[in-house]
Write a protein that binds this ligand. Structure first.
Ligand SMILES: *Cc1c(COP(=O)(O)O)cnc(C)c1O
Length: 395
């Protein structure tokens, strides 16, 4: 791609159509899609409910701005609040924008309740909150911030999972703690037992908001509509995007009434909550927000995780992490890149995070047969990798 700015290091494949869990290029190749547009194509490709909803809405009304009432926006906000522990929703177009809105909301909430000195946002090492300045300042990864300084003031960072470190960082200056319940881009790192509960207690003690970035873990990805539902901790604010529109760009900020501090003129988005995006969210929710569907996500996730654990047991130092259909297999920096490449050669699309962890995030609609197919390919790739790396050849 010569005319597209090279902000991505792209693989040399070019899918042009998709059906279910499969992608096809113009040369007759097919790929089993186990990354789903980075956990975004929740219903896979070409799902009739989503396609039908978009078609119908496109013919009716695509956009008319937030100058007017948008009935379908209110309807979808009601669906989301009924399905969760939140009361109000702000719609935008991406994960980064949802986090921007969350940071603004938290600062206004703190300023109104305590004064402008209370504005700090605590985030965690290896987090990922988006590429805008708010999101990037919140993203505690020096490699991503480098060359773009200065970052926004008022952010503090602590190691993910280290409650004692967080305790020393949270104080009267803290407006919010922003955390992914499972770090996605950082390597599928699951919050250790007690960490999120501890953060909630610290937030309560200091009048700070607990914000979960569920951009990647939301919309059924972990086998719960939102991951917090399986963790016993309800945050004050939650951000959602990626799978929310099943591939149609849409993001959302969900907040409890007590902290929904944004009012007229405080924030906005031209495209946010437009009827086309709302029709997509309504269609995706219609499929995903069903206990049987979510149970099947957990079931397929367990098949995948158990099989990967057996595989990991053969590779010294390897580890499986994740929940539902968001799984990371950490094979280390020597083995992972080769396994990733072999999967690609064999028509299985996965993703490599941090140079050492294979991320699997298939469509939530993936079939059990496709899960077995992917596991066979994956097993072959790991075996091939182990056999050319004698140091991994353990009995
Ligand atoms: C992808 C992601 C974002 C950024 O979302 P965009 O839609 O790319 O702006 C933010 N937070 C998390 C946890 C993500 O996975």
């Amino acid at each position: 791609m010569k005319h597209v700015m090279e902000t991505y290091k792209r693989l040399k494949i070019a899918p042009t159509s998709g059906k279910g869990s499969w992608l096809f290029d113009d040369e007759g190749n097919r790929y089993l899609d186990f990354i789903a547009g980075i956990a975004t194509n929740a219903l896979g490709h070409g799902h009739p409910a989503l396609v039908g909803a978009i078609k119908e809405q496109a013919e009716t009304l695509i956009h008319c701005s937030n100058l007017y009432e948008v009935p379908i926006q209110e309807e979808v906000a009601a669906l989301l609040t009924e399905a969760t522990d939140f009361d109000e929703v702000f719609f935008c177009n991406s994960g980064a924008e949802a986090n921007e809105a969350a940071i603004k909301l938290a600062r206004k909430h703190a300023a109104e309740s305590f004064g402008p000195e209370k504005h700090e946002v605590l985030t965690f090492d290896k987090s990922f909150h988006g590429r805008t300045y708010g999101g990037l300042s919140a993203t505690a990864q020096p490699a991503l911030q480098e060359a773009f300084g200065p970052m926004l003031p008022g952010f503090a960072y602590a190691p993910f999972g280290d409650l004692e470190a967080a305790r020393t960082q949270i104080g009267p200056q803290t407006a919010a703690v922003l955390v992914e319940p499972i770090q996605g881009e950082g390597g599928i790192n699951v919050a250790p037992e007690g960490f999120l509960e501890g953060l909630q207690e610290l937030c309560d003690a200091h009048g700070a908001l607990l914000i979960f970035d569920e951009v990647q873990t939301g919309m059924g990805r972990t086998g719960h509509l939102y991951a917090y539902g399986g963790m016993g901790v309800v945050p004050d604010v939650l951000t959602s995007a990626k799978g929310l529109g099943g591939g149609v760009p849409v993001g959302a900020l969900l907040a409890k009434k007590e902290c929904a501090a944004l009012g007229p003129g405080n924030h906005g988005s031209t495209f946010g909550g437009n009827p086309l995006a709302m029709a997509a969210v309504r269609a995706v929710l219609g499929v995903v927000n069903d206990p049987r569907f979510l149970e099947e996500v957990r079931f397929k996730g367990n098949i995948l995780k158990n099989a990967l654990e057996v595989l990991a047991a053969r590779v010294p130092g390897a580890e499986v992490r994740g929940e539902g259909l968001l799984i990371g297999l950490d094979l280390g920096p020597e083995l992972a890149p080769g396994v990733f490449q072999k999967c690609l050669d064999d028509g299985l699309l996965v993703n490599l995070v941090g140079g050492r962890t294979i991320r699997l995030a298939p469509p939530l609609t993936v079939t059990r047969t496709e899960v077995r197919h992917a596991l066979n390919t994956f097993r072959g790739a790991v075996d091939a990798g182990v056999s050319v790396q004698p140091e991994f050849a353990v009995a």
